[in-house]
Design a protein around this ligand. Structure first.
Ligand code: SF4
Length: 194
């Protein structure tokens, strides 16, 4: 009797990162369900561009895709006090502000990923955020471990950063849109200032 592979719910930021993460998870024996959730993306155009390629990739690889609709308001509302000079939460220091903002962002993404996984009874989850060398890797691990305990789910960890450039190359070779900034409007502004 053959048993079906365990399912894993994979929060997905973009196709390039998923291309690497997907191949690793397949090697590890998982059936991947991709979850496109971007509460931080401030532009519909960016949201749609990433999604269009992801739909194609998932169709080609027969990956089930779960899509959360474009809804940037909650994230925006949450970070406003940290950038508002009149607020008690205001953070003047750019690096501290960025770290706090990213913590809120990562936490929001992972919380919703776990809730969705729980809802559709998938026991494992992970995120393509672990593929980026530009993200706070240890912060993502810490939040994921904490939340997985609260929900009795299994967080699958692998250092996917090793395949970051493999994913970018996949994108180039397959005419996939390659994001040039992390996601939120603030990261877009920061990128332009670099
Ligand atoms: S820089 Fe990236 S991780 Fe940080 S808040 Fe923006 S989108 Fe989220």
């Amino acid at each position: 009797m053959t048993t079906s592979p365990p399912k894993i719910f994979v929060h997905t930021c973009c196709t390039a990162c998923l291309s690497h993460v997907y191949s690793q998870l397949k090697l590890a024996g998982f059936e991947v369900i991709s979850y496109y959730f971007h509460p931080e993306i401030g532009s519909q155009e960016e949201f749609d561009q990433r999604l269009a390629d992801l739909r194609t990739f998932c169709e080609e690889h027969k990956i089930k895709l779960v899509i959360a609709e474009f809804q940037p308001q909650e994230f925006e509302k949450t970070i406003i006090p940290f950038k508002d000079r009149a607020s008690l939460k205001f953070i003047n220091d750019k690096e501290r502000y960025r770290r706090r903002r990213c913590q809120i962002c990562n936490s929001m993404v992972l919380q919703k990923t776990i809730e969705q996984a729980k809802k559709i009874r998938i026991k494992y989850f992970t995120t393509t955020l672990l593929c980026s060398p530009y993200k706070d890797h240890s912060q993502i691990i810490e939040i994921s471990n904490e939340k997985s305990l609260d929900y009795s789910l299994n967080f699958y960890y692998e250092d996917f950063r090793k395949g970051y450039w493999k994913g970018r190359n996949y994108g180039r070779n397959h005419n996939v849109y390659l994001p040039t900034h992390c996601g939120c409007l603030e990261s877009l502004k920061e990128k332009r200032l670099e």
